[in-house]
Design a protein around this ligand. Structure first.
Ligand code: SF4
Length: 320
């Protein structure tokens, strides 16, 4: 597998300020030691409950927010400390699609201006060439070119997401972080957009980091799946392996809620006790120990590292 992006020990702490003088009184440890590889041409799904750090991870690897520590390599280059100018050049290769296509599109800009903007920012082409490119991009995402003179509010949610995708494709990126791109859409529209993303991936050789909380969406689109819990990676494996045989107790519980088509395999629904602890003071050792059905004393003191338990199936648990 050729690695497009390598992420190691990524952390992102957000300061919490309080008191009369707005002093820093603590940190939200949104991402706390996350490592994974993104392989060229794959879709890696990142899944977990809200607050698990998947969105922060997606933004940090693109340097849209600054990581607190860790390293990010893109095509072998360490980009963790790239300055603004270096990032600007790199930005062409890595783009993001947001959950809310409406909120992320400027309502006062026409579709043409929205899709063209990245080309303008990067000084690409003259007016005519850019217009031709916008037509081409609209065609690629399945929208007629007469839409280019219209405004975002004139479109449905699914169409707006197509516009967002066209914009993300404008500069021919290699990597797209898709942050809950279908969560705000009706189920029937969701599969249209997922199919579009798959077609585009095949056509342009794109690599996706696909963030979602919906397990069915993740299963539909992902080649591999990474499961996050409270700022940490619990498990990474191929979509097939992780759905068929989850190894981490948290993944087991998470996936026990979805039915499996094979009636020969029986799966009990596992209901976890308690709530997800606060990321301000996460539990010591294994972050999952306060809710894990098989936790032991070791789990409270020693943090498990992500290890390859079965071929290409990585899990962070002392006992799996
Ligand atoms: Fe559960 Fe311990 Fe494994 Fe964590 S390390 S998942 S607490 S058994």
């Amino acid at each position: 597998h050729e690695v497009l992006m390598e992420v190691r020990d990524l952390t992102k702490y957000f300061p919490i300020t309080g008191g009369l003088f707005s002093r820093v009184v603590g940190h939200v440890k949104a991402v706390d030691g996350v490592s994974f590889d993104l392989r060229r041409g794959e879709t890696l799904g990142l899944v977990g409950e809200s607050g698990c750090g998947k969105t922060t991870t997606g933004r940090a690897v693109l340097r849209l927010i600054e990581p607190t520590s860790g390293t990010i390599k893109f095509e072998g280059q360490d980009i963790t400390h790239y300055n603004k100018q270096q990032m600007r050049a790199l930005r062409r290769q890595m783009q993001i699609i947001f959950q809310d296509p409406f909120g992320s599109l400027n309502p006062r800009m026409s579709v043409e201006q929205i899709i063209e903007e990245p080309l303008v920012i990067h000084h690409m082409g003259n007016r005519k060439e850019r217009e031709a490119r916008v037509r081409e991009l609209l065609d690629v995402v399945g929208l007629a070119s007469y839409h280019m003179r219209r405004y975002p509010h004139e479109f449905s949610g699914g169409q707006r997401q197509r516009i967002g995708i066209a914009r993300a494709l404008a500069l021919n990126p290699k990597l797209i972080v898709a942050d809950e791109p279908v969560s705000a859409l009706d189920v029937s529209i969701q599969s249209q957009i997922l199919n579009l993303l798959e077609d585009l991936q095949a056509e342009f050789g794109l690599t996706y980091l696909f963030i979602a909380h919906g397990l069915n969406v993740i299963r539909h689109i992902s080649d591999r799946v990474g499961v996050m819990y409270l700022g940490a990676m619990a498990e990474i494996a191929s979509s097939e392996d992780i759905y068929r045989k989850p190894l981490h107790p948290y993944t087991e519980a998470l996936f026990s809620a979805i039915p499996i088509p094979n009636p020969d395999i029986k799966r009990e629904r596992i209901i976890l006790q308690g709530d997800v602890p606060s990321p301000v003071n996460p539990p010591s050792g294994c972050r999952f120990h306060t809710r894990c059905p098989i936790a032991q004393e070791k789990c409270r003191v020693e943090r498990p590292v992500l290890k390859e338990s079965e071929p290409d199936h990585w899990v962070a648990c002392h006992f799996r």
